[in-house]
Design a protein around this ligand. Sequence first.
Ligand SMILES: [Zn+2]
Length: 477
Amino acid sequence: MTMCLSSPAAFPASHAQAVAARTVLSFTFDDGDADQMAAARVLHRYGMHGTFYIITGAVGAPQYMTLSDLHTLAAEGDEIAGHTVSHLELPHVTAAEARRQVCDGRNTLMTWGFHPTSFAYPGGVYSPATEAIVRECGFNNARVVIGLRSPGCPACTVAETVPPRDPYAIRVPGQVDGSWTLATLQDIVTTAESRGGGWLPLVFHHICAAKSCSSLSVRLSLVNSFAKWLAQRRDVGTVVRTVGQVAGGPVRPMISAPAPPRHGVINGSLEVVGNSGAVDPTVEAPSHPVPATQCWMRADYGQNTSTWQRIRGGHDGRWAMRLTMTSHRTGDAKLIQQFDTGQCSIPVVSGQSYNLATWYTSTVTTQFAIYYRTLAGRWRYWTSSPFYPAVARWSDATWTTPPVPAGASGLSFGLALSRTGSLTTDNYSILATRPSLIRGILDIALLTLLVLGGAVAGTRALRRRRRRTPAPDAASA
Ligand SMILES: [Zn+2]
């Protein structure tokens, strides 16, 4: 049987073989953007495979890969790797949140049938503490976004070592962006080849067609011409491997992270300014609401323009937040709790209803918008309250939600503006509803009936058994 040189079988997932090659290049793709599927198909054409770092909470969301896309990649030989649940900068969240972000993300990938061993830090930021969490959650390696020679760092080391100097901080030649040309990529490879080889993991984000390329996007035609050129460099010993193939190591079992403790709205009176770790995946840079209010994030959608202001004279404490919408065609603007796994978002119980409350003044009507988190960490719009009227003086807005949907374990909510005007809010809170008196009486009645029914049935069964019980010597036959 002849084996095509470009088939994946010719390049088994062997650590030893990867090490034997003088220069190894890895195509790594961050965030699981749907447009990366086109790049994967190009790589497959040349017998190459990529490492795809997946934000589990984004899988299936608009512009992101679907679960079916991930299975397609894995079936082709691409590596499915971890990139947390919600894409937060790990050093800027609590240790418990970081552990859930890393472990839960990996466990979700495993539940979906993948074997993740590689990880990439959102925003490329890490610390000794986050490296330890990534290791403890079962990953064998982690990739950063800087460290090697690139247009942004001409004096940096030309290649990562195999095995890497620090397996939980694998260095790369910056992030490939729209300014890189085929010559830039070729230069990185040929320089490494001429200086003893080593490992070159390249970081890609969005893959774009000729038009509509944003700053961190790379044209598909560039991926194609680079892969075509690389395929010819097998002759000089330069090969393409996934990160998992180069770093090696077994697939370790799932490690659970403790669930978040129950809490209400954190920083509900909007007094504390701070970073909650938000990173915008499209630019892989921090995206804080301006001004940043700890545990809160801007959640705008649709076509509208709005600004946020931190103003004195809150209903509770010193500060409140004012939203001013200057133009509106569709959608809304609002401040809601940071989408995470429970550091800021509110842990809730399926089937339970909650009383939401806040104080506000507004020049137009406003309403609560409520989101919930699924098991995989994806945030979905759930529901909205009725509208509250425009009011010039502080007034309270309260609403009881329907029972939380099955499978939802977190909530995030806030008052939203969906027309031009201004809205000031302060002093948000949430409380689980208490079971009503009538419901309680009905429950007790039902329980009594069940117990009585059970007792009657039990007595009848006992009588029947007594009538049927044979003599002891017959039973032992
Ligand atoms: Zn990312």
